[in-house]
Design a protein around this ligand. Structure first.
Ligand SMILES: Cc1cc2nc3c(=O)[nH]c(=O)nc-3n(C[C@H](O)[C@H](O)[C@H](O)COP(=O)(O)O)c2cc1C
Length: 353
C-alpha cells in the first residue's frame, strides 16, 4: 500500500489547501475557536457548521453570526442547508460576501427537523432538485461550490453513486462522502468501499468522511479509496492532538498543562464569539471531551459543569495545572486576538438589504 503524504497540498478549483486533512462541519461544535484550533493543529481546510438558508433569508441575527469569518481561518468553507434553489442561491451570495473561500452544501443531514423540510439527506431522494440547487448556486457565485452527502437515505443505499456524478455535472467541484445512510445516523461503520466507487466515477476531488480516528486509518482510507483528503469529526472533539498525529505522526498524549491551556483558550475565544451567557451552556460538553480520555479524574469534570461562570471554570482549570499559565500566555501571544481578525460583514447583511 503506497503511503500518501498528508502534508501534501491539493486544490479545490482555485483554492489551495495545504494538507490532506479537512476538519468536519459539526453543528453545535464547529465554532470559530474549533476551526482556528483545527488550523493550528494541521487541518488544511475547515468548515462552519451547517447554516440555515431560511435563517439567512429572514436575517435571523444568530444565523448571520455563523457567517463571521476570522482572517486566520482561511481556507474556510461555509456550509448551507435548505431546499429551495432560489433561497439557497441568495444565501450563497451572502456566504461569498462574508469572505468564505468555498460554499459547501449539506445533502447529508439525517436529523428529522432538517429532513422534513426537504433539506439535508432528503435531497438524495430528489436528484433533480439537488442538481437545480447546485447549478443555481454555481451561477450565482464565483467561489467554488462543493457538496457533502451521505450514501443515501436507507440502509444499503448506493444513491450517492448516482446523485454524486449528477451534482458534478451541475457544477459541484468537490464532493465529500460520509458513507453511512441517513437511517444509520452514526451506527455501524462508514463503508469506504463506496467512497472508492465514487472516486472512480467523478473527475473532481473527493473527501472521505467517517471513522477517521488515527494516522493509520487516514493513510489506509486515502490509499484504498483514491480520495484526495480525509475529513475528521468526532475524533477531534476535545482532542486537537489527533489532527497533529494524523498529519505528522506519531500519536502523542498531551500533558495536563497542554490540555488545560488549549481548553482555557477555547473557553476564552468562545466567550468572545458567543457571549458569556450562550458560551457557558455551549461549552459544557467540551469539558468532558477535553478532560476525559483518562486525562483528569471524572469528578473534576462534574465540578466544572455545575459552575455558572466561565471565569470560575478557568480558575479551577488553572488551579488543577498551574504550569498551564505560561502556555496560555504563549498561545494568546501567538494567535491573532479576537475582534481585530474578524472580518466585518457587509452592512447589507445586517441591514436586510
Ligand atoms: C455533533 C455532530 C454534528 C454534525 N453536524 C454536521 C453538519 O452541520 N454538517 C455536516 O455536513 N455534517 C455534520 N456532521 C457529520 C460530520 O461532519 C461527519 O461527516 C460524521 O461525523 C462522520 O465523521 P466522523 O466519524 O469523523 O465523526 C455532524 C456530526 C456530529 C457528530
Amino acid at each position: 500500500m503506497s503511503v500518501v503524504g498528508l502534508r501534501e497540498s491539493w486544490s479545490i478549483g482555485p483554492v489551495e489547501i495545504p494538507t490532506r486533512l479537512v476538519l468536519a462541519p459539526m453543528a453545535g461544535v464547529s465554532v470559530q475557536a474549533f476551526r482556528r484550533q483545527g488550523r493550528r493543529f494541521g487541518a488544511g481546510l475547515v468548515c462552519s457548521e451547517m447554516v440555515s438558508c431560511a435563517g439567512i433569508e429572514h436575517r435571523n441575527e444568530r444565523t448571520l453570526g455563523y457567517l463571521r469569518v476570522a482572517e486566520d481561518e482561511h481556507p474556510l468553507a461555509i456550509q448551507l442547508f435548505g431546499s429551495e434553489p432560489r433561497t439557497m442561491a441568495d444565501a450563497a451570495r451572502m456566504v461569498e460576501a462574508a469572505g468564505a473561500d468555498l460554499v459547501d452544501l449539506n445533502f447529508g443531514c439525517p436529523v428529522r427537523k432538517v429532513t422534513k423540510t426537504g433539506a439535508g439527506a432528503t435531497l438524495l431522494d430528489d436528484p433533480d432538485r439537488a442538481a437545480r440547487i447546485v447549478s443555481g448556486i454555481a451561477d450565482a457565485v464565483d467561489i467554488p461550490v462543493t457538496v457533502k452527502l451521505r450514501r443515501g437515505l436507507r440502509d444499503g443505499s448506493r444513491d450517492c453513486l448516482v446523485v454524486g456524478p449528477r451534482l458534478v455535472e451541475a457544477g459541484a467541484v468537490s464532493l465529500t462522502l460520509h458513507p453511512r445512510s441517513a437511517q444509520q445516523m452514526y451506527t455501524g461503520a462508514a463503508d469506504h468501499a463506496l467512497t472508492a466507487e465514487l472516486v472512480s466515477l467523478v473527475d473532481v476531488p473527493v473527501i472521505a468522511s467517517g471513522d477517521i480516528v488515527s494516522r493509520a486509518k487516514a493513510q489506509a482510507v486515502l490509499a484504498t479509496t483514491g480520495a484526495s483528503a480525509v475529513m475528521v469529526g468526532r475524533a477531534a472533539q476535545g482532542n486537537p492532538w489527533v489532527l497533529e498525529e494524523i498529519v505528522d505522526g506519531p500519536a502523542r498524549e498531551p500533558t495536563r498543562e497542554e490540555v488545560v491551556a488549549e481548553l482555557v483558550l477555547f473557553v476564552r475565544e468562545t466567550v468572545r464569539e458567543l457571549g458569556e451567557r450562550r458560551a457557558s451552556g455551549f461549552l459544557k460538553k467540551f469539558y468532558g471531551w477535553y478532560l476525559g480520555r483518562g486525562r483528569f479524574p471524572r469528578p473534576f469534570k462534574q465540578e466544572l459543569v455545575v459552575l455558572d461562570s466561565t471565569e470560575e471554570v478557568e480558575r479551577r482549570l488553572i488551579a488543577a495545572a498551574p504550569g498551564s499559565l505560561e502556555l496560555i500566555e504563549q498561545l494568546e501571544a501567538e494567535i491573532p486576538s479576537g475582534d481585530e481578525v474578524t472580518l466585518e460583514l457587509p452592512i447589507s447583511i445586517y441591514g436586510g438589504g
